[in-house]
Design a protein around this ligand. Structure first.
Ligand code: TXD
Length: 310
C-alpha cells in the first residue's frame, strides 16, 4: 500500500510540495485547505493527476477541507497560514497564524496521530512550538522546516560567489528562522577545502548577511507573498528522509531539552531524520563568537514564543 502524505495548506508552497511528492512517488497526496479555497486546490490536484502520464508517476492526488480525509496520514506538512508582504517581519504574522496552527494541530491530532509532522508556517520556531504544545505529540514526531532552507540558501550563495558547483558546498546554519540565524563559516567546506581558506573575510561577511536576509530579499521582489520553490524542496527532503529512512542529517527546528543549553524551545539544530522521525540532535562545540550569536537567536525565539501565551 502507498504511503499517505497530507499537505495542510494548498497555496504557493503546498502546490509545489504536491508536485514534488508526486514526482518522487512518496505516496498518495491529500491537500487540505479552507472551504473557500478548496475548489482551487481540487483544480491543482486534478492538474497534477493529468501531469502524471508525462511526469511518470503513480499517485492519487486529491483536495479537501475535511480533516477526516487525512486519516492515517504517514506525513503531514503544514503550510497553512498567511505569508509575509513587503515590509513585514515574520513576527507580524504571529497572531493570525497562531489561530490557524491551533486549528490545524487539533485536526491532525484527531485524524493523523501517528504522522511525522513538518511545520513550515511562519514565524516558524514559534509555530512549531504551538503545534507541538497543542498536539502533545512526542518530540521525535514534530520538526520545523527552516534550517534546511537557510542552509540551502547559504550553499547556493557560496556556489554563486565562488563559481563552484553547489554539490560541493557543505555546511550548516543554526538557530531560529530570522535575521539572527547563525551560518557557520568555520564548518563550511567546498570540496573538502575550508571556506575560510578560499573566501576573504569580506566575502564571508557578505555571504552571511545575504543568507540572513534571503527570505526578505525575495519578499521585496515579489511585493506580496514569500519564497515557495526552495521552501517546498527543503520540506520534501525532510519528508523523504523519514519515509525512506535515508538518515539524512538536516538542520531542523527540533525541541531541545538541554542540547545547546536550550530547554523547552524549538530551534534550528542538526538533526538525524530517520524512520523514527527526529531521531537525534547532534551537538557542535561552538566558539565563543558563535556561541554569542547563538544566544542572540535563542533570545529572539524565546521572545516570540513568550508572545504566543500558550
Ligand atoms: O522556511 C520557512 N519555514 C518558510 C516559511 C519559507 C517561506 C515561507 N514560509 C511560510 O510558509 C510563510 O510565511 C507562510 O506562513 C507559509 C505558507 O506560505 P505560502 O507561500 O504557501 O502561503 P499561501 O500561498 O498564502 O498558502 C497558504 C495556504 C492558503 O492556500 C490558505 O487558504 C491556507 O494556507 N490556509 C489554511 N489551510 C487550512 N486551514 C486553515 N485554517 C487555513 N488558513 C489558511
Amino acid at each position: 500500500m502507498r504511503r499517505k502524505i497530507a499537505l495542510i495548506g494548498g497555496g504557493q508552497i503546498g502546490q509545489i510540495l504536491a508536485m514534488l511528492a508526486a514526482q518522487k512517488e512518496l505516496g498518495d497526496i491529500v491537500i487540505l485547505d479552507v472551504p473557500d479555497y478548496v475548489n482551487v486546490c481540487k483544480g491543482k490536484a486534478l492538474d497534477l493527476m493529468e501531469m502524471a502520464p508525462h511526469g511518470n508517476y503513480d499517485a492519487s492526488i486529491s483536495a479537501t477541507y475535511d480533516y477526516k480525509d487525512i486519516e492515517g496520514a504517514d506525513v503531514v506538512i503544514v503550510t497553512a497560514g498567511k505569508p509575509r508582504e513587503a515590509g513585514m517581519t515574520r513576527e507580524d504574522l504571529l497572531n493570525v497564524n497562531i489561530k490557524i496552527i491551533t486549528e490545524v494541530a487539533n485536526g491532525v491530532k484527531q485524524y493523523a496521530p501517528k504522522a511525522f509532522c513538518i511545520i513550515v508556517t511562519n514565524p516558524l520556531d514559534a509555530m512549531v512550538y504551538v503545534f507541538h504544545k497543542v498536539t502533545g505529540f512526542p518530540k521525535h514526531q514534530v520538526v520545523g522546516m527552516a534550517g534546511t532552507l537557510d542552509t540551502a540558501r547559504w550553499r547556493a550563495f557560496i556556489a554563486m560567489e565562488l563559481g563552484v558547483s553547489v554539490a560541493d558546498v557543505a555546511g550548516t546554519v543554526l538557530g531560529g528562522h530570522g535575521p539572527d540565524m547563525v551560518p557557520l563559516p568555520r564548518l563550511t567546506t567546498v570540496g573538502g577545502v575550508p571556506l575560510t581558506e578560499i573566501a576573504t573575510p569580506e566575502q564571508i561577511e557578505k555571504l552571511v548577511n545575504r543568507t540572513r536576509e534571503a527570505g526578505t530579499e525575495i519578499v521585496k521582489l515579489f511585493g506580496k507573498g514569500s519564497a515557495f520553490f526552495s521552501p517546498a524542496w527543503s520540506a520534501i527532503v525532510i519528508a523523504e528522509s523519514y519515509l525512506k529512512d535515508k538518515r539524512r542529517v538536516l538542520p531542523c527546528a527540533a525541541l531541545c531539552q538541554g542540547e545547546y543549553g536550550v530547554n523547552g524551545l524549538f530551534i534550528g539544530v542538526p538533526c538525524l531524520i530517520s524512520a523514527k522521525g527526529m531521531e537525534k540532535i547532534f551537538e557542535i562545540k561552538l566558539t565563543e563568537e558563535e556561541e554569542a550569536q547563538f544566544q542572540k537567536t535563542v533570545a529572539s525565539v524565546t521572545k516570540t514564543v513568550s508572545e504566543c501565551k500558550i
